[in-house]
Design a protein. Structure first.
Lengths: 105, 138
């Protein structure tokens, strides 16, 4: 299993969520976060924004679904401009459903 | 070392903290998150385990088919359920014990109880003393 953490534009969140749902991955957790990237924030005229709001979407999927999910997120979250975000993938050894106590996704 | 990420109901947080304390692992990070699972967040009455039945019918939402919602650019609907996300980093040998205890405390038998993920952690460092790995989380 892999944990996918995608940092995307807040305004793209709904689109990404619905696309994932359509592809059969309805489960996810979202967290509003603030951060900056390579460009060290954003400068508009005299004002410098050091930390920009993003939405972190966290989802755990099986190994074979990882690429599909990443492609969907990338496809929907992309605008082609700086600040589209990043996707990180990390390993998950086991997942438990609290309701049943079973070790399954 | 393993990282245990548990997504649980908001009102179960004190009990979970108590249970972890009893096991001797009181350190944890708590985040307020929103999310959904297999039920697509439609059961928003399930966000707490003790909500009255009347509340349930008042706020029940029907899930929208995603393609339809995209085509018609429907207004944003509250599909997410507020939850608490706990992050605990513990040594390898106590992972099963902690997972069992968290499951026991949080189990109500209804959808929305949450998920627990266990993932490997490569290193740790205590900022105050500079201790690394095992010592840092003890």
């Amino acid at each position: 299993m892999k944990m996918i953490r995608a940092f995307i534009r807040p305004e793209k969140e709904q689109e990404v969520v619905l696309a994932l749902e359509g592809a059969g991955f309805p489960s996810l957790t979202k967290i509003p976060v603030f951060g900056r990237g390579k460009q060290k924030g954003l400068t508009v005229g005299p004002v410098h924004y050091d930390e920009l709001p993003k939405t972190m979407i966290m989802t755990v999927v099986s190994n074979e679904d990882t690429d599909r999910v990443i492609n969907i997120i990338q496809d929907k979250a992309r605008t082609g401009f700086i600040g589209d975000g990043k996707i990180f993938i990390s390993p998950v050894e086991s997942a438990y459903t609290v309701r049943t106590g079973e070790a399954s996704l | 070392m393993k990282e245990i990420t548990a997504i649980i109901r908001r009102d179960k947080l004190p009990e979970t903290k108590k249970a972890l304390e009893d096991l001797g692992y009181p350190s944890l990070t708590i985040q307020s998150v929103e999310g959904r699972g297999k039920q697509k967040g439609a059961m928003c009455a399930e966000m707490d385990s003790e909500l009255p039945e009347s509340f349930c019918t008042a706020v029940r939402l029907t899930p929208t088919p995603s393609s339809y919602a995209l085509e018609h650019t429907l207004p944003k609907i509250a599909l997410f359920v507020p939850k608490r996300l706990l992050t605990i980093v513990v040594p390898d040998d106590v992972v099963t014990k902690i997972v069992k205890s968290v499951v026991r405390v949080n189990q109500t038998g209804r959808a929305g109880d949450g998920k627990i993920f266990v993932s490997p952690i490569d290193g740790a460092l205590r900022v105050r003393t500079g201790e690394t790995d095992g010592e840092a989380i003890s």
